[in-house]
Design a protein around this ligand. Structure first.
Ligand code: HEC
Ligand code: HEC
Ligand code: HEC
Ligand code: HEC
Ligand code: HEC
Ligand code: HEC
Ligand code: HEC
Length: 408
């Protein structure tokens, strides 16, 4: 009798514990990556400032559901046409609450596919549509620099192509998760498993236990149950970024969704270090490879975070980037810019990167617009920090012109 009472008491207690942990466990959400993950929203209570600024970053907007708010191209009359050739055009049309790319041949509608997913935020956008459990890229993309609809990069000119499949690999760099089953031709993607943004835990690893612990012990000031970057080596720090920023020509060994901060990139891919002789950046980025070629990099311990705070949108803030240079280069250190004496000093101080990390056009991303033919659509900063006499001269001429006109 005693035995049974004890047993049922134990069972009751066990049930209670399970019940309680499930209630209290903020990690017990439906994160498609599993219970170890809490989801970005769980971070806001304690990391309010970081969370708030992160919402404005390109990482947060790297992929999204298509909507009037997320599609950058225009659907208004006359701005919504992409001319393929004399007889063929694609119109961007809003029908009820959805958006479509509609193919017309000799004025007749031939095919319409819906904008379902948007990839890209700052420089341009690609659009994907679902067909059962497969994803395909739509034929028309958008480039911010051209303010226009263009052919999707790499697509044959003068042809319409709706059938370029998109697999998990794109999501490994542009999102935090998608579930893919099957192999080879029969890969199926799970629509409900997508985590669209590059979220906190993509860079920090699973954090459900961290959230649980700090919720229970609010006075604990040191971060527990979370991987810390503080004691990482430089290559561990850089690998966290190189995971997605070392280009699209690498030999893949494993899915990068499994990468945790601190892991070595070499377990996931063999990085193509083969930079073209021009040293020009690849559109899908090769910032680590280029940075490594710089004297600055080789003669110091700099990493990506020396210049980038990934929690903040610093796009276009040249003065701030210049400040980062001046943590090492100053008159006091006798390694300041040699141009400082011959030019406007405040201009030099605020614009280091314009001359030493010039914006150059990417050789790969080209798009065709209706009116202008093939155009280079994307400018990227060259991460090989060096002396670029030609680019510097261009910037100096611009400066002199500005000074000339402002004196009038
Ligand atoms: C209940 C409060 C709480 C929640 C919720 C919380 N954290 Fe923290 N976190 C802390 C505290 C306290 C620290 C230590 C002080 C600091 O670094 O801000 C910390 C530190 C960290 C650190 C730095 C660790 C180090 O030593 O370098 C990271 C990274 C981090 N948290 C990520 C996250 C992520 C990601 C989430 C959401 C999934 C999250 N935190 C949710 C309380 C919380
Ligand atoms: C190796 C990682 C990686 C893979 C794989 C990848 N991308 Fe990208 N992609 C990037 C990065 C990083 C950028 C941003 C380029 C930059 O600014 O350096 C980018 C930029 C873009 C842009 C322009 C967005 C913008 O705002 O600058 C589009 C559109 C895009 N990718 C679509 C795709 C599609 C579609 C696929 C799959 C066919 C794909 N990408 C695969 C990493 C990747
Ligand atoms: C999971 C993949 C991934 C990881 C990890 C990642 N990035 Fe990115 N990053 C991207 C993609 C994709 C974009 C382009 C987003 C867009 O514009 O659509 C991007 C954009 C950027 C930009 C351009 C921001 C802008 O305003 O245009 C910077 C700078 C950047 N990343 C730096 C970093 C640094 C530094 C790290 C490491 C701490 C890092 N990234 C880690 C995928 C990643
Ligand atoms: C693109 C990658 C990336 C994303 C996304 C990201 N972080 Fe970080 N985070 C880093 C890196 C890298 C560091 C270390 C910076 C350094 O070395 O100075 C860091 C540092 C931290 C720290 C400790 C240092 C500090 O600044 O207080 C906290 C806390 C933190 N992140 C929380 C978050 C939260 C919360 C989110 C989501 C809202 C988030 N991070 C999103 C890359 C990222
Ligand atoms: C972490 C410290 C550090 C930072 C930050 C830094 N540098 Fe350097 N830089 C160095 C060192 C060290 C050298 C090598 C000096 C030498 O070899 O005499 C160097 C060399 C250079 C050179 C000479 C390159 C050549 O090929 O001859 C230029 C130009 C330069 N830096 C510009 C910059 C600019 C612009 C920035 C900001 C975008 C910057 N640096 C940021 C440390 C740094
Ligand atoms: C010495 C400073 C410096 C360092 C170190 C640095 N960057 Fe940058 N990065 C810049 C500047 C400046 C820009 C241009 C930002 C803008 O236009 O607002 C930039 C832009 C970018 C962009 C956006 C693409 C573009 O060309 O506009 C990405 C992605 C990026 N950096 C990734 C990285 C990664 C990854 C690392 C580490 C391997 C890194 N950066 C290290 C200064 C730096
Ligand atoms: C208008 C373009 C321009 C701007 C802005 C500029 N630089 Fe320079 N910088 C140059 C040129 C060109 C040279 C080479 C001059 C020479 O060799 O006579 C140079 C030389 C240098 C050198 C010396 C390299 C050596 O030979 O030892 C360093 C270091 C440097 N710059 C850093 C900076 C830093 C840091 C900033 C921002 C505070 C900056 N530069 C702003 C164009 C520029």
């Amino acid at each position: 009798m005693m035995q049974i009472k004890k047993l049922s008491l134990l069972l009751l207690m066990a049930a209670g514990i399970i019940f309680f942990t499930q209630c209290l466990d903020p990690g017990n959400n439906k994160d498609p990556r599993g219970k170890a993950f809490a989801g970005s929203e769980a971070c806001v209570t304690c990391h309010k400032e970081i969370y708030g600024s992160y919402l404005h970053t390109a990482h947060f907007h790297s992929a999204s559901l298509a909507s009037a708010a997320t599609i950058e191209g225009s659907f208004s009359k006359d701005s919504n046409i992409f001319v393929v050739n004399d007889t063929t055009k694609i119109m961007m049309e809003k029908r009820d609450n959805d958006f479509y790319q509609v193919l017309y041949e000799n004025g007749k509608e031939k095919r319409a596919e819906r904008f379902d997913i948007v990839f890209g935020y700052t420089k341009g956008q690609a659009y994907l549509y679902w067909k059962k459990s497969l994803l395909f890229q739509l034929p028309v993309s958008y480039f911010t620099g051209l303010h226009d609809w263009t052919s999707s990069p790499g697509y044959p000119e003068g042809k319409v192509f709706f059938d370029r499949p998109v697999f998990k690999r794109c999501f490994e760099c542009h999102s935090s998760f998608i579930k893919q089953s099957g192999v080879y031709e029969v890969k199926a993607l799970d629509k409900n498993s997508v985590i669209y943004n590059i979220d906190c835990e993509r860079c920090h690893g699973p954090a459900a236990s961290h959230v649980k612990f700090h919720t229970e012990y609010p006075s604990e000031k040191e971060g527990k149950y979370i991987i810390s970057f503080k004691n990482f080596t430089r290559s561990q720090k850089i690998d966290m970024c190189a995971l997605c920023h070392s280009g699209n020509n690498n030999i893949m060994l494993a899915s990068t969704f499994a990468f945790l901060p601190g892991d070595s990139l070499s377990q996931f891919m063999i990085v193509n270090k083969n930079i073209p002789p021009s040293g020009k950046p690849d559109v899908h980025g090769n910032q680590p490879q280029l940075l490594e070629l710089s004297k600055c990099f080789r003669a110091s311990n700099m990493d990506c975070s020396t210049c980038h705070n990934t929690h903040v949108n610093d796009r276009g803030n040249y003065a701030q980037y210049a400040e980062r240079c001046q943590t090492c280069h100053s008159e006091a250190n006798h390694n300041f810019c040699k141009m400082a004496d011959s030019l406007d000093r405040s201009f030099v101080r605020n614009n280091c990167t314009k001359c030493h990390m010039p914006e150059q056009s990417s050789n790969i991303i080209k798009g065709k617009t209706s009116d202008e033919g093939m155009q280079t659509a994307v400018q990227m900063v060259n991460h090989r920090i060096a002396i670029y006499p030609e680019e510097s001269q261009k910037i100096i001429s611009l400066l002199q012109k500005e000074n000339g006109t402002s004196k009038k």
